[in-house]
Design a protein around this ligand. Structure first.
Ligand SMILES: Cc1cc2nc3c(=O)[nH]c(=O)nc-3n(C[C@H](O)[C@H](O)[C@H](O)COP(=O)(O)OP(=O)(O)OC[C@H]3O[C@@H](n4cnc5c(N)ncnc54)[C@H](O)[C@@H]3O)c2cc1C
Length: 328
């Protein structure tokens, strides 16, 4: 891709644009050819189509932070007679006769780790499951779905692109331009490519949040889904330690002006690789309308209706689901 672009332009801005989006959409260390130029252009096209033909709104940050969405969402739910139960685990979606009937929620906390807690049934005419693809079978029994569908779900849901983030909140404006994105093509300690974004920190005027993003593919260790193993957690910690050392070396001002920092990692989407891109990928992931069950919707990251990855993709699915429910 880099070669193809440099044969056509030596404009540093254009090169930086391709590098950044190449990484953003799935640049992991091994193997570099996994994410193809075709996939990148397809992703741009989907994104542009979802944005009235433009690429103006390519940011994935919610201004004010994700908390800025929660307030109005809670208000809208409560105004419409809804009740919100936080800290309440859904044990299972209750499906009878090929129809979702409601959910069983856990109604107590385990007293001892081996305790199987009681559940309470909440009846509902429609159930929208908002957990991501890799958690659907935690709340929907595989016995309630067609076997071929469960098989495909199990296969796809672990093909994740895992996002590692390091967030630094600093009390002095960084010397690099705010809202610009920094690309580090080959970190001197990790040997990995990564990017970072800077935004004014919504919680505290005068502070800035610098978030660095690094990706690993499902086939690269350490394996996120095996994190219950102490050895895997050690490997995760080692990568974060190396990465922090690298950041301290490249951008010492972040440590010098630090208020706090935090680490996080998790699957953020399904990883695109040869044979698993564009329309092929879309046909492999489930639709928001699952097979074989009525009145049930899967609206989490990432179903066929999500044209792009991330929060924007989840929002697209939620809106498509709302339209569909209101039409029916
Ligand atoms: C480290 C990291 C950084 C990321 N950074 C960005 C970014 O900068 N920009 C971007 O656009 N995207 C980013 N993403 C991706 C983004 O977080 C996801 O696309 C988005 O959160 C998906 O939203 P969702 O509502 O579909 O699912 P989620 O946010 O995963 O929400 C699912 C919810 O279901 C709950 N849940 C699960 N099981 C149960 C149960 N049994 N009972 C009750 N509740 C349950 C979970 O607790 C969770 O709150 C990042 C992801 C990760 C992991």
């Amino acid at each position: 891709m880099e070669k193809w672009v440099t044969q056509r332009t030596d404009d540093e801005g254009v090169l930086a644009w391709f590098r950044y989006f190449g990484w953003l959409y799935g640049a992991t260390k091994f193997p570099p050819t996994d994410f193809s130029a075709g996939a990148l252009f397809t992703t741009f096209k989907r994104r542009a189509d979802a944005n009235d033909g433009t690429l103006n709104d390519l940011g994935y940050m919610v201004s004010g932070g994700c908390g800025a969405i929660a307030g109005p969402l809670v208000e809208a739910i409560e105004e419409n007679g809804g009740e919100i139960r936080t800290g309440t685990t859904v044990s299972k979606v209750v499906i009878e006769g090929g129809m979702a009937r409601g959910v069983n929620v856990e109604c107590q906390k385990p007293v001892v780790p081996t305790h199987i807690v009681d559940t309470e049934f909440i009846a509902a005419p429609i159930v929208a499951v908002a957990v991501p693809l890799w958690q659907i079978l935690n709340v929907v029994s595989s016995h309630d779905l067609p076997p071929w569908y469960v098989d495909r779900l199990r296969f796809m849901c672990r093909k994740s692109l895992n996002t590692w983030t390091l967030t630094y909140v600093v009390d002095k404006a960084p010397s690099f331009p705010i809202t610009d994105l920094m690309c580090v093509p080959d970190g001197p300690v990790t040997g990995r490519p990564w990017v970072a974004a800077i935004l004014p920190y919504a919680e505290q005027p005068g502070q800035y949040a610098v978030t660095a993003f690094l990706y690993t593919a499902w086939h690269e260790p350490p394996s996120y889904f095996d994190r219950a193993e102490a050895g895997v957690r050690d490997e995760m910690k080692a990568l974060f330690d190396d990465w922090e050392r690298e950041i301290a070396q490249l951008f010492p001002e972040l440590e010098e002006n630090l208020v706090w920092k935090s680490r996080s990692i998790g699957p953020s989407s399904i990883f695109e690789n040869p044979g698993n891109v564009g329309h092929n990928l879309i046909s492999m992931v489930p639709s928001m309308v699952p097979e074989g069950v009525d009145n049930l919707y899967f609206i989490g990251e990432r179903t066929q209706e999500a044209e792009v990855q991330g929060i924007y993709g989840s929002a697209q699915v939620a809106l498509a689901c709302a339209d569909r429910i209101l039409e029916s």
